[in-house]
Design a protein around this ligand. Structure first.
Ligand SMILES: NC(=O)C1=CN([C@@H]2O[C@H](COP(=O)(O)OP(=O)(O)OC[C@H]3O[C@@H](n4cnc5c(N)ncnc54)[C@H](O)[C@@H]3O)[C@@H](O)[C@H]2O)C=CC1
Ligand SMILES: N[C@@H](CC=O)C(=O)O
Length: 343
């Protein structure tokens, strides 16, 4: 039996804690957590550098900036943090190149749709020779939840507090409300589809009023109410046309945009409830009717499950490689044996 794979976990917030709980329940002797750290503390059985898999459950740019460096050293990275492939194109390319050079794997299923089979499907289509023409849909679990619940009876700011408490929003909910989180996901999807999209080419329509944008993180609660009047007007205007509000991302023909749209019931992107993401993929294969993928797009548990899936895929690939090496060694020995026999 091979030695357990040492894992380092960065981030012990909603997602990081769910990852640890899941690893504990999973209780598999093939994995061992040797290092855990957050922005305040570190707990180590072994040096973080001894880890063969790094799990990034932070929203930190500093941690994401290390992904390529880890990969280049042959350390596998599994991330819920979108600032790896969802930030600058240069960083996304560095991650790609590091994987190619070292053979290390980058597990990013949790970064879009909290693990829905979105990235996996895009990559499988491309690997099968399909050409992806565009992606459109609802990519924010928190905004989907907010607009599913916002009917004017409860102020929008109250719902934002609820979404934050439920663990659907980013640590700073303005990252969701400004469209930045959706921009990152659209970049990750478009890049997975083979398009070298620069971050600043995505047009982003923010919902955040200036006073809220300017507030310090620990003072945003006082400023959340500045959302209420503008959001109520948008809701009223949508209702006059018999439509509902949805925060939609679209990439097609080199144009990428994210922002609020009014969609009538029955529109292909308007279905779903709760934190559901709903994404339509158009490709050469799916030219007439798009391929549509829908399901919960936020929440610590689904996200942690997606991270663990990526960890297990890496473990299995390493075991497969080991098995191939031992078959190769034994067949080499066998051929030595045959050689002796023939001689
Ligand atoms: N909550 C959700 O539904 C989903 C979250 N994600 C992503 O998961 C990540 C974590 O989200 P949450 O757990 O909700 O956030 P959180 O705010 O609950 O936890 C963040 C953790 O990261 C730690 N951290 C921050 N900077 C660090 C650093 N430099 N080094 C080590 N640790 C550091 C913090 O101390 C904290 O423990 C984010 O990138 C988010 O976008 C992805 C999919 C779904
Ligand atoms: N804040 C994000 C969480 C998942 O990525 C969202 O609302 O979708």
């Amino acid at each position: 039996m091979s030695a357990p794979l040492p894992i380092a976990l960065y981030g012990t917030g909603q997602v990081g804690r769910a990852v640890l709980a899941r690893l504990e329940r999973f209780a598999d002797a093939s994995l061992v957590v040797v290092h855990v750290e957050n922005s305040r503390h570190e707990w180590s059985d072994l040096d973080a550098d001894a880890a063969q898999i790094v799990l990034d459950a932070t929203a930190s740019d500093t941690v994401a900036a290390r992904h390529a460096e880890w990969l280049a050293r042959g350390v596998h990275v599994v991330t819920a943090n979108k600032l790896g492939r969802g930030a600058s194109l240069a960083r996304a390319d560095a991650i790609e190149q590091a994987c190619i050079a070292s053979g290390a794997r980058y597990g990013d299923a949790a970064t879009v749709g909290a693990g829905l089979p979105l990235l996996r499907s895009l990559r499988a289509l491309r690997a099968g020779g399909d050409a992806i023409h565009g992606v459109a849909g609802v990519l924010s679990g928190s905004l989907a939840w907010l607009f599913a619940h916002f009917d004017g009876r409860v102020p929008f700011s109250t719902l934002v507090r609820e979404a934050r408490a439920a663990g659907y929003t980013e640590p700073d909910p303005r990252i969701d409300l400004s469209g930045e989180d959706v921009r990152r996901k659209l970049l990750i999807l478009a890049r997975a589809a083979g398009v070298a999209l620069e971050a600043d080419t995505v047009q982003v329509e923010s919902l955040v009023p200036d006073a809220l944008a300017a507030a310090d993180l620990d003072a945003i609660d006082e400023q959340l109410a500045t959302l209420d009047a503008p959001m109520q007007s948008l809701l009223d205007a949508a209702r006059e046309t018999g439509a509902r509000l949805h925060f939609v991302a679209r990439w097609h023909d080199g144009v990428a945009r994210v922002g609020l749209e009014t969609l009538v019931a029955g529109h292909p992107l308007a279905a779903g409830g709760g934190t559901d993401n709903r994404v339509a993929i158009r490709s050469a294969r799916y030219a007439g009717q798009p391929l549509v993928i829908q399901g919960p797009g936020a929440g610590a548990d689904v996200t942690a499950a997606a991270m663990l899936d990526d960890v297990l895929a890496i473990r299995d690939a390493l075991r497969g490689a080991q098995a191939i090496r031992s078959v190769a060694t034994s067949s080499k020995n066998a051929s030595i044996g045959w050689g002796r026999l023939i001689a």
